[in-house]
Design a protein around this ligand. Structure first.
Ligand code: ADP
Ligand code: G6P
Length: 471
């Protein structure tokens, strides 16, 4: 097998086997932030990407994309349920997101999680050339860094957690906390979205493993120094700006606006259908504003775009059921013929359509109860070429650290959320322009390439790995 100097490992690959019949490969932009954002920087990098092709069964044969080699992994149905739906998405995911739903601790899932991590680690260890770099992504593969270290002590190992890393008192609930912590700390650099996460891991490493804090953002464990740090992830700002500038996208935005009946105000939300996204809190706030007559369907409309996610997991199925019931109720009680209160679109959109939607929205409503970053908020800002529009953003999204000029809100406080929505809807255009201009200029200097460069340069200290990235 040909080896690469850079190997990326994530649960999900950014493409699946929906390859065009003539063999030409289409990138399938995964609706999640990770695969979509990483593909933006790796599509011109000589590297190998190890990950799951997205369907249960044998690994699909996937073609390379330019200089990026795909190394697809299969998942059996037992693995899909124990590793992906079980330990990753029913234990770690809710626990890491403030336990907004109670995490499920099923003793049967651990062994599958460990075995799948071992298989991904072996694949990565085979794919990396001597002295190369392996960059492991996210909570699905938390044991992989340590496993690679055992298999290939010659390589540099990075780990980046895209989701929040919880405070010690929550992490301590995990029955396998020692293995999970040791697994991550097998890396040379453990990266997070927010600085607090780096403090959390240091505290845990000291308390549970007897590690020492040996510097700012450095832990020493068993005589080996491990660096930690915050590297807030971003989007392909140039891509979104270019889309927003396209004539057909601008025409499409005007068309959407007219299809919506030319309301005075359009509120937009775009989420994976996940209980961390605070969709129900926002629907409650909007519905109460309608009920109290503070918002009228005559001049205001909400568009909720959602992509189904993890559909076989009970909590996700139940969420979808509740949301669809609530949207139906709100439209039934407040809509008029030809004037629904909410347009609910549960379907994937291409990037151009998303850019047009962002341009259509006067107020973008992003209200997660907890979110590692939330790239949708950044996409909205990048799409607002004329610096108009208001962003209502949860304090509990990583993006709130950077987008301080948004209308920041605590989504658990529904009354506060209602007031903030009204403030954003009624804001003075000059104030909106000032806020949006500040957020846009921040994003330009902090795009996805800057993120990857900052991380990889901290990892290898020489900039050699980052030199291969798109400029
Ligand atoms: P998460 O990673 O939790 O899903 P993010 O907001 O960080 O949340 O990333 C979501 C990504 O998925 C964004 O790039 C967004 O544009 C994309 N996305 C969301 N909804 C859709 C949709 N309906 N169709 C296509 N892409 C979508
Ligand atoms: C989040 C996670 C990613 C994941 C994505 C989509 O962004 O951090 O690792 O890929 O959600 O979820 P899915 O379960 O469809 O991969």
């Amino acid at each position: 097998m040909r080896q690469s100097s850079l190997v990326v490992v994530s649960n999900r690959l950014p493409i699946d086997d929906s390859v065009a019949p003539d063999g030409a490969c289409e990138w399938r932009r995964s609706p999640g932030g990770l695969a979509g954002a990483l593909h933006a920087i790796l599509d011109r990098t000589p590297a190998t990407w190890v990950g799951w092709g997205g369907k249960v069964g044998d690994a699909p044969a996937l073609p390379d994309i330019g200089s990026l080699r795909m190394r697809p992994m299969g998942l059996t149905s037992e693995e899909h349920s124990g590793y992906y739906e079980g330990f990753a998405n029913s234990t770690l995911w809710p626990l890491y997101h403030d336990a907004v739903l109670p995490p499920v601790f099923d003793r049967g899932w651990w062994e599958t999680y460990r075995a799948v991590n071992q298989r991904f680690a072996r694949a990565a260890a085979e794919a990396v050339e001597p002295g190369g770099t392996v960059w492991v992504q996210d909570y699905h593969l938390q044991l992989v860094p340590q496993m690679i270290r055992e298999l290939r002590p010659d390589v540099l190992i990075g780990f980046f957690l895209h989701v929040p890393f919880p405070p010690p008192e929550l992490f301590m609930q995990l029955p396998r906390r020692l293995d999970l912590l040791r697994g991550m700390l097998g890396a040379d650099l453990v990266g997070f979205q927010r600085p607090q996460a780096a403090h959390n891991i240091a505290q845990l490493a000291v308390k549970l493993l007897g590690a020492r804090v040996t510097g700012d953002d450095q832990i020493t464990l068993d005589g080996r120094a491990i660096r930690t740090g915050a590297f807030p992830m971003s989007i392909d700002v140039a891509e979104m700006q270019a889309l927003a500038a396209r004539r057909d996208v601008r025409e499409r935005a005007a068309q959407l606006r007219s299809d919506l009946g030319r309301p005075r105000r359009v509120l937009l939300s775009v989420d994976r259908l996940d209980y961390i996204k605070g969709i129900e809190h926002r629907l409650t706030a909007y519905s109460e504003l309608l009920r109290d007559g503070r918002v009228k369907v005559r001049d205001t409309v909400m568009v909720q775009v959602a992509v189904p996610s993890r559909e076989r997991v009970d909590s996700y199925r139940a969420l979808r059921h509740r949301i669809e019931g609530e949207v139906g109720r709100i439209n039934g009680e407040h809509g008029r013929v030809g004037e629904p209160a909410i347009h609910y679109l549960i379907q994937p959109f291409d990037r151009a359509e998303l850019a047009a939607l962002y341009q259509t929205a006067d107020v973008m409503v992003v209200t997660p109860l907890r979110d590692g970053m939330n790239l949708v908020a950044k996409e909205y800002v990048a799409a607002r070429a004329d610096a108009s529009g208001a962003l209502v953003l949860s304090e509990f999204a990583g993006a709130a650290d950077e987008l301080e000029d948004a209308f920041l809100v605590n989504p658990h406080d529904v009354d506060g959320l209602k007031e903030t929505l009204l403030r954003a809807m009624e804001a003075d255009p000059a104030d909106l322009e000032r806020r949006m201009t500040a957020m846009r200029s921040h994003l330009v200097g902090h795009d996805i390439v800057a993120w990857a460069r900052a991380y990889l340069t901290t990892l290898d200290r020489t900039g050699r790995v980052a030199a291969g990235l798109r400029k």
